[in-house]
Design a protein around this ligand. Structure first.
Ligand code: FAD
Length: 226
């Protein structure tokens, strides 16, 4: 079984920035598991935004489960078993399929959905009615003529009840960190979020004082009212 120093589950923007910061903090043998390909259009990030050096990137490799042991974290994947010393989970709308945290439900939702929960494993391209609605809206709002839609993709939100992010360590083990529930506003802070996640698994604490001062807000279990 191949062993790594650290593993990242999910190569969206948060997984990639976390992997970058793991490397910056001195972690050298890093694997990134991605169930599709980097830049895929199934999660929230979409697009090809990063080139990775000095890391093992396993595309088309889905992590089905992980187990935390005293001396290692073991992964069962679609390409066999792997293990690592530390782990960062940045699985976007799939996070709830890897871990279940009753007090902080992570609800995946397509952008057109209001309030319901969607399954990110069920592919659902934008329908003609939704595209039509959007075209009508654009025609009413923009001065330039809007003729037709040339491309449409489904983008997933992963919402928490308060819409605050989850940036925390696993309730049972500090070698595993979770970045999820970005509630439609995570992209812009991804570089600092990746840094915090990497610092949590590498050093047990973050150097980002704004995070330390409001850590309760980002907790997996506590979801305080605003
Ligand atoms: C319509 C829309 C508009 C937005 N606008 C903004 C904005 O204006 N500003 C802003 O800051 N943010 C915005 N966001 C939010 C931002 O895009 C997300 O917060 C961010 O992209 C989330 O990235 P992520 O890496 O956490 O998740 P994702 O991009 O979903 O990446 C998760 C990755 O993990 C992989 N994965 C999942 N499970 C497994 C597994 N078991 N094994 C292996 N791989 C796995 C997935 O395939 C995926 O590639 C918007 C989002 C949407 C949908």
């Amino acid at each position: 079984m191949r062993t790594f120093d650290a593993a990242v589950i999910g190569a969206g923007i948060h997984g990639l920035t976390a992997a970058y910061h793991l490397h910056r903090l001195g972690c050298r043998d890093i694997v990134i598991f991605e169930q599709f390909t980097i830049g895929n259009d199934r999660g929230s990030s979409h697009g090809d935004y990063c080139k990775l050096k000095n890391m093992t990137v396993l595309e088309n490799t889905r992590v089905d489960a992980f187990e935390i042991h005293d001396d290692r974290i073991e992964f069962r994947t679609s390409r066999g078993a792997f293990e690592s010393g530390k782990c960062i989970i940045t699985a976007g709308p799939w996070t709830g399929k890897l871990l279940s945290v009753p007090r902080c439900p992570l609800v995946p939702a397509r952008h057109v959905t209001a309030g319901a929960s969607d399954d990110p494993d069920v592919e659902c391209p934008p329908g003609a009615a939704a595209i039509d609605d959007l075209l009508q809206f654009l025609r009413a709002q923009l001065a330039v003529p809007v003729e037709h839609c040339i491309h449409a993709e489904t983008c997933f939100y992963t919402n928490t009840p308060t819409e605050d992010y989850v940036i925390d360590v696993h309730p049972n083990d500090r070698r595993v960190a979770i970045g999820a529930g970005f509630s439609g506003h995570g992209f812009k802070l991804a570089p600092v979020t990746g840094r915090i996640l990497a610092e949590l698994v590498m050093h047990g604490r973050s150097t980002v004082e704004e995070f330390n001062n409001h850590r309760g807000m980002f907790s997996l279990n506590v979801n305080p009212p605003r």
